[in-house]
Design a protein around this ligand. Structure first.
Ligand SMILES: Cc1cc2nc3c(=O)[nH]c(=O)nc-3n(C[C@H](O)[C@H](O)[C@H](O)COP(=O)(O)O)c2cc1C
Length: 191
């Protein structure tokens, strides 16, 4: 299996408005594959503006925020392709779509790297950040995964949050747990 990097992808719609979404980019020689499930704004945008910016950030509040509908994160224009760089990102890559593998569920946009830049040092691994990313993936799949699996995995991930989180990780965790709990409040009882 190829390596996947979880990052914040920005794309532009036909009016030039920035769209922000957490996506797992698949590594390939000289570039990245963006693989959005249908339907998705990222997918629509790549159809009209075949460029994207991959923002490599350790700010997990952006990941959690996007999942709860908070997408108004500050950006600045990218320099080598039409697009937007997330303020505060550690590094970013500006991408141009080369070819597209069409698929009914999940097309794959093969992108080459046009420009890369680093903005701040990587400060080392943090278990709470990893836990938040895992919880964000669970939160984005509440409709597909069994409730028992989600609650068991959250229980395990919570240990790392309690032991190693800073304020942004705590806040991100809270948003995600609230979103998942809210989903089950409104879902019919299982079994
Ligand atoms: C860490 C992480 C990785 C994700 N990777 C993908 C992905 O590769 N493809 C995808 O369609 N959605 C992925 N998602 C879910 C999207 O962020 C979510 O569906 C988002 O709303 C994309 O749709 P949009 O482009 O309409 O905003 C991921 C979510 C998280 C938290």
């Amino acid at each position: 299996m190829p390596m996947i990097r979880e990052c914040i992808v920005t794309t532009l719609n036909e009016e030039g408005k920035v769209h922000i979404a957490p996506l797992g980019l698949i590594a390939e020689e000289g570039g990245w594959i963006i693989a959005p499930f249908r339907p998705s704004a990222t997918l629509d945008n790549l159809g009209v503006t075949p460029y994207a910016v991959a923002n490599f950030t350790d700010d997990v509040l952006v990941f959690a925020g996007c999942l709860v509908g908070r997408k108004d994160w500050p950006t600045r224009p990218s320099t080598h392709v039409p697009g937007a760089v997330l303020e505060g990102t550690l590094a970013h890559a500006e991408l141009a779509v080369g070819h597209v593998e069409e698929d009914e569920q999940r097309p794959r946009f093969h992108c080459r790297v046009v420009h890369e830049a680093s903005h701040a040092p990587f400060k080392g691994f943090n278990r709470a950040q990893n836990a938040v990313i895992e919880a964000a993936i669970l939160a984005s799949r509440v409709h597909m995964l069994p409730r028992e699996k989600i609650e068991r995995e959250l229980g395990y991930l919570q240990i790392a949050v309690e032991k190693t989180a800073g304020p942004r990780e705590h806040e991100a965790w809270r948003l995600l747990v609230e979103k998942i709990e809210d989903h089950y409040k409104h879902a019919p009882p299982s079994g």
